[in-house]
Design a protein around this ligand. Sequence first.
Ligand SMILES: Nc1nc2c(c(=O)[nH]1)N[C@H]1C(S)=C(S)[C@@H](COP(=O)(O)OP(=O)(O)OC[C@H]3O[C@@H](n4cnc5c(N)ncnc54)[C@H](O)[C@@H]3O)O[C@H]1N2
Ligand code: MOO
Length: 641
Amino acid sequence: MSQIQTNRKVYLQDKPRHVAREEFINNVTLTPEIENIRTNKALGRVTALPIFANISTPHYHASAMDGIAVRAENTYEAHEQRPLHLKKDSDFKYVDTGNPIPNEFNAVIIVEELQEIDAETVEIIVPATPWQNIRPVGEDVVCGEMILPQGHTLRPADLGALLAGGVQELPVVKKPKVAILPTGNELRQPGAPLEPGNIIEFNGTVFAGFVEEWGGDPLLSDITVDDPDHIRTAIEKGAEEADVIIINAGSSAGSKDYTYHVINELGEVYTHGIATRPGKPVILGEVKGKPIIGVPGYPVSAYLALEWFLRPLLYHYQGIQEPERETLKVRLGRRVVSNMGAEDFVRMNVGYVNGEFIANPLTRAAGVTMSMVRADGVLVVPPDSLGLEQGEEVEVELYKPVDALKKAVLFTGSHDLTIDIVSSLLRRRDVNRQVISSHVGSLAGLMAIRKGEAHVTGVHLLDPETETYNVPYIEKYLAGQQVVHIPFLKREQGWIVPKGNPLSINKIDDIVEKGGAYVNRQRGAGTRILFDSLLKQHSLTSEQIQGYEREMFSHLSVAAEVKEKENSVGLGVYSAAQTMGLDFIPVADENYDLVMTNSFYESDAGQQLMEVIRSTEFKQQVERLGGYKVVEAIKPNFFNE
Ligand SMILES: Nc1nc2c(c(=O)[nH]1)N[C@H]1C(S)=C(S)[C@@H](COP(=O)(O)OP(=O)(O)OC[C@H]3O[C@@H](n4cnc5c(N)ncnc54)[C@H](O)[C@@H]3O)O[C@H]1N2
Ligand code: MOO
């Protein structure tokens, strides 16, 4: 049995990331090995030595064109006024591109410049110069010449030059083997049945992908349980089989966080804890002469930690420069707060609105893999900063090419499932048109248009006084701005309740009377405004509503919450209830409309979007969702033209 006792009071270091990295790369011993492989299998591999040509290409004097081989000296007399006749075999021989030039000849005249007189005779009117249209020996590669230096990553054209130079096999850097050890009692392999507390093991697959991308050979292990003996065995096996070991989770201060203790027992820990957020509880060390990285369990923390420590290690091993990410100056659409003392890594969306790049932070929760999927780049807030203000110019490291960001359509507003349909139809029309949508609610959507942070918003805002939708809000919040209002959909809002409607909810009073737990939406959301006006109509107060304080940010998250609890009820759209297999009791038909900046409306992207929402295909797909009616003939209203 193990002697390891973990102490919940583990105090992590706050080592600056760059210091930890330098120390790690310099301390660990990683000796690159060389292997010989076939040239035709070497794409993407790194040359271990300079590679020299074994033969010249071409290895004989070759005709570069279709025509006749001649002796240039015999053609000098030829002139437009004095055509010269040449005899086959004695004066010339027919050659095609690539044919060897017979020894007695030294030039090629192309067929287009010949006049065939008879089977034996051709006529020319222009003299040839020596070596014209001939590829001399070694024109491409000369025997003994260096084709490629060492440390070169092989591209398709490189393989061609190697084969042309007679190199069928070459020495490359052996791919460093990276053992990937996922640990945790809660982990289950993808596809296995899940109970509360179980987590699908997906980090391992992500890590393996990174390892391959960075030139390594991943060895993904089975899940190791949280037990020091098992962890020890897994690490020892990793050290036997691989050049580098990655162990995932158990890096922090939990009761079952054994990783640090085991590494410390088997080898040496250089660092436990770096001054970053997320990613703090990283462990860097060595076991049996092999570098080991203990990465936090949370996916985002883990991905970043690998990028900081594994990526440079693998590139360093292969003797090649670590590629740098493109950076872009952007203006911050929202403020980014930060605490002193640690570097903050904030995933960002970047869009191009009114001739300017605007960046907005995505969630900072380290467990949200979708923030990595959605991120266009990352903002690094230095440790001595208290944060950055809205409107400030900052530099973002990009995950995508600038060009793709320039063409994306920024949708910010109330969430609706039909926006996903717009997005996929737009993509089908033009592969460059990606819709980047953030679900912030109707009012915040209008604000985003006002501040020039979005191209389009989706709104459903009831004005209780006039009992009309959206237009009063556009007039109020976008006064003086050139915007286009697109009447878009009639959408059914209703009570979303568990299957069978156990509390028999039919009207708002039922929620109070039958003790329903209400799932609310955030302030500024159209659904929230609708609910508040229903409360008022029925002379109820928010205090009477159980659960009123807790806010969800989309119809789908309301539905997901309702699914969890027997006595719960939410307000939302039919399609959300249907997606989650819940019941739906209609309450009101509302207008869900689009609002876009005039400049976007007039742009190519804006016009493509209009074509999509007017298409039959769009209407069919929306009607299939249920609970919607697409406005028959969509007619834009122009404000402040
Ligand atoms: N009291 C404290 N609690 C925590 C601290 C702290 O300093 N004091 N640090 C937090 C931070 S920051 C992080 S990051 C995490 C690091 O946790 P561990 O490395 O110990 O990892 P776990 O707790 O085991 O897992 C966290 C989370 O990630 C999931 N996970 C783990 N492995 C995988 C995998 N292979 N695939 C998918 N998901 C995985 C795991 O199930 C957990 O949900 O600790 C905080 N706590
Ligand atoms: O370091 Mo943890 O990685 O902040 O989430």
